[in-house]
Design a binder for this molecule. Structure first.
Ligand SMILES: Cc1ncc(COP(=O)(O)O)c(C=O)c1O
Length: 403
């Protein structure tokens, strides 16, 4: 911050927290993304609206608003969430309802967990590549970040163990255990056990951020990983954003029993509670027998899109692309070979009418820059748009290589 900036913040009465928040950069920064009319957006994390259970919303809302209980939902409601919704989430998660706290979505849950876990200066280990918006959440508490690689079966637990043996003492560890954002891998049961062993031995909290678990493609079975649910060292963060839509703004935390009451106190000092109206509607959707089949249909739809994207990448780039076929989630993580200026490629691709997220924006600390990587989202565009988007990217790439 320049002296002029700091004078301005003082004059406006801003806190040092507000004044010190770094400018937006990279991922999620609308100023870097240029979406011209007709452009294809392979950058976002939206579900396809056509794969959301809109009919279930309509029926649940109609039943709720026409029922006698509706006016009660306009009153203040309990901070941990409506008991029926907590019970329904608890059943899906395989935990006791007392451990479930309803939030306003995943990002809100992450902010609560950052505030509830970390003090200024604490060390936190994160996935590398990492979900970058979690790094922005860390700006709230001023933690110091260490990256550990993630691969096809999740966090590299051996690399973490080696760092711990060498003296690293984190307060917490952040990982996306299922269909990782951005790289797609899923933590195996064996690695989850080893990770929980390390957390228990060295006394750190595992923050398991799991928004994509229910977006599994046909034939993919997500490992049960019981100890991630049972260990008092784990806090997990859930959201309905990928299954019921991010516009809903509802999610949940699963916290250890001893911390539940403390999280309620924290929540009571912030916004107090989530919308009871929306919680009533979601409770009805979860108990609708059509919800399970709707999730399976969504998984099939996303699998088809992922297949089309990966096939287009392989057709257009041949041996010049490395990409694993996703097993679930919303993204493919591709690495383009070649000695080119990938910042220039990003600009050229946008000129050609396609955008995506650059690999370097997912680097935990800048140490591993993910040069040539791109996170390509297949969830929202139609199959023909995915093909056209990849063809535009390839055009830009070929033109740059020919220079
Ligand atoms: C890994 C990860 N965590 C958290 C979130 C935030 O979810 P929400 O939209 O519910 O805030 C997302 C959304 O894309 C995500 O990909």
């Amino acid at each position: 911050m320049t002296t002029k900036d700091s004078d301005m913040f003082t004059a406006l009465g801003a806190s040092s927290l507000l004044a010190s928040l770094p400018p937006r950069q990279g991922f999620g920064d609308a100023t870097l993304i240029r979406l011209a009319p007709g452009a294809i957006d392979l950058g976002g994390g939206n579900p396809a609206t056509g794969l959301l259970p809109t009919e279930l919303y309509r029926d649940a809302s109609a039943a709720f608003f026409s029922g006698d209980d509706f006016p009660r939902a306009l009153r203040y409601s309990p901070a941990p969430g409506l008991p029926a919704l907590r019970a329904a989430i608890a059943e899906r998660e395989g935990v006791e309802a007392e451990r479930v706290l309803v939030t306003n979505g995943g990002a809100h849950g992450l902010a609560l967990v950052a505030l509830g876990t970390l003090d200024r200066g604490d060390v936190i280990v994160v996935d590398d590549p990492v979900y970058p918006l979690f790094l922005r959440v860390l700006d709230l508490v001023g933690a110091s970040v260490v990256g550990v690689p993630v691969g096809a079966d999740g966090l590299d637990v051996d690399a973490l163990a080696a760092r711990l043996r060498a003296g690293l003492r984190p307060k917490a560890l952040f990982t996306v255990p299922t269909f990782h954002n951005p790289s797609g891998g899923t933590l195996s049961a064996q690695k989850a056990d080893a990770l929980v062993d390390l957390a228990e031995k060295y006394g750190f909290t595992i923050i398991a951020d799991d928004p994509y678990r229910e977006i599994a493609f046909p034939g993919t079975v997500v490992p049960r990983r019981a100890r991630l649910r049972e260990s008092p060292q784990v806090v997990s963060v859930g959201t309905f954003s990928k299954t019921l839509g991010p516009g809903l703004r509802l999610g949940w935390l699963v916290v250890p029993p001893a911390l539940a009451e403390h999280y309620v106190r924290l929540r009571n000092r912030l916004d107090g509670q989530s919308s009871a109206v929306l919680q009533e509607i979601v409770t009805r959707i979860l108990s609708d027998a059509r919800f399970g089949p709707a999730l399976r249909t969504a998984g099939e739809g996303y699998a088809e899109k992922a297949g089309a994207l990966v096939e287009a990448l392989r057709t257009e780039f041949g041996d010049d692309v490395d990409v694993d076929a996703p097993q679930g989630g919303f993204f493919a993580w591709a690495r383009l070979r070649g000695d080119l200026d990938f910042a220039q490629l990003f600009e050229a691709a946008q000129d050609a009418g396609v955008t995506y997220q650059r690999g370097e924006w997912f680097s935990a600390t800048g140490e591993r820059p993910f040069r040539g990587h791109a996170r390509l989202s297949f969830s929202e565009p139609e199959v023909h748009e995915l093909r056209e988007g990849v063809s535009r990217l390839a055009q830009a790439w070929r033109a740059l290589r020919a220079r």
